[in-house]
Ligand binder design. Structure first.
Ligand SMILES: Nc1ncnc2c1ncn2[C@@H]1O[C@H](COP(=O)(O)OP(=O)(O)OP(=O)(O)O)[C@@H](O)[C@H]1O
Ligand SMILES: O=C(O)C1=C[C@@H](O)[C@@H](O)[C@H](O)C1
Length: 227
C-alpha cells in the first residue's frame, strides 16, 4: 500500500485578552510546540467509486461523495478526544477533492486544556501536516481558518478562538476580531516567560459565557489599549 506522509508544527500560547465576552481578543505565542504527522493511505476502493460516479454523471468533479476516514491519536493522551485533528485533516482533503483513509498523530510539549492554546496548536499543526502529505499549499489565512472551522465543529471553542489560532500560527502577538475572523494587528513579542502550570484542566468549551460577559466593559477597554 502506498503511504504519503506529511509533517506540521505550531506554537502554543497565552491569553492577553480573552475573546469570550466581546468576541475580540489578543493572544501571544510561546515557544512550546505541537507536532503532527499525517499519513494518507491509498484507498483504491473509494477513488474507484468516485471515478465511476463521475463517469456516470451523477456527481460534479470535486463534489463530496463520502466521508474521509480519518483516525486521530494524541501521543500523550491516547484516550483524549481526537475529533479536532481528524476534522482538520478531513477538511484539507475535502478542499482538494481527495477521498482517502488517513491517520493523524500529534505529539505536544503543551499541556492539554491548560490555557496554553493546545487546541490551536494541534489544529494548525494538523492542517499543515495534511497539506504536506498531499503536496499542496494554502495561504496562511486559509490554513488558520480551516483549523478554526474544525475547532468550531469539534465544539472545543466558544468564539472560534481566531486570536489563539493566529498567535499559534504566526508567532508574536495577535489582536483579532473573532466574529469577522480578521487579524487586526500582529507584532513580534520577544520575552522570557515563566509558566505556572497547575495539574488541572479547564476546557474552553465549558466556559461560563454569561459570567465572562459581565466583564465586557473592562474587556473593551483592554482591547482599545491593545490596538
Ligand atoms: N495535542 C493535541 N492533539 C489533539 N487534540 C488536542 C491536542 N491538544 C488539545 N486538543 C484538543 O483540544 C481540546 C482542548 O481545547 P481547549 O481549548 O479546551 O484547550 P486549550 O486550547 O489548551 O485551552 P485555551 O484555549 O484556554 O488555551 C481537547 O479536548 C482536544 O480535543
Ligand atoms: O473558545 C474561545 O473562543 C476562546 C477561548 C480562550 O482561549 C480565549 O483566550 C480566546 O480568546 C477565545
Amino acid at each position: 500500500m502506498k503511504i504519503q506522509k506529511g509533517y506540521g508544527c505550531a506554537f502554543g500560547g497565552g491569553t492577553i485578552i480573552n475573546a469570550v465576552a466581546v468576541w475580540k481578543g489578543c493572544a501571544y505565542a510561546v515557544d512550546l510546540k505541537t507536532y503532527a504527522e499525517v499519513c494518507l493511505f491509498e484507498d483504491l476502493s473509494s477513488s474507484e467509486k468516485s471515478k465511476q460516479a463521475e463517469k456516470s454523471g451523477k456527481i460534479e468533479k470535486n463534489e463530496k461523495i463520502e466521508k474521509n476516514e480519518i483516525k486521530g491519536r494524541i501521543y500523550e493522551n491516547p484516550t483524549g478526544n481526537s475529533d479536532l485533528i481528524e476534522k482538520c485533516v478531513s477538511y484539507v482533503l475535502e478542499e482538494f477533492g481527495c477521498f482517502k483513509k488517513a491517520s493523524v498523530l500529534t505529539k505536544s510539549e503543551i499541556p492539554m486544556a491548560g490555557g496554553l492554546k493546545s487546541s490551536s496548536a494541534a489544529a494548525n499543526a494538523s492542517v499543515i501536516a495534511a497539506l504536506d502529505a498531499l503536496g499542496e499549499e494554502l495561504n496562511p489565512e486559509e490554513i488558520v481558518k480551516l483549523g478554526v472551522r474544525a475547532a468550531k465543529e469539534a465544539g472545543v471553542t466558544i468564539t472560534g478562538a481566531y486570536d489563539d489560532a493566529c498567535a499559534s500560527f504566526y508567532g508574536g502577538v495577535a489582536v483579532t476580531d473573532n466574529r469577522k475572523q480578521e487579524l487586526i494587528k500582529q507584532e513580534p513579542f520577544e520575552y522570557d516567560v515563566l509558566i505556572l502550570n497547575p495539574d488541572t484542566t479547564a476546557f474552553s468549551s465549558e466556559t461560563d459565557v454569561s459570567r465572562s460577559v459581565l466583564m465586557k466593559d473592562l474587556v473593551e477597554t483592554a482591547y482599545d489599549i491593545a490596538l
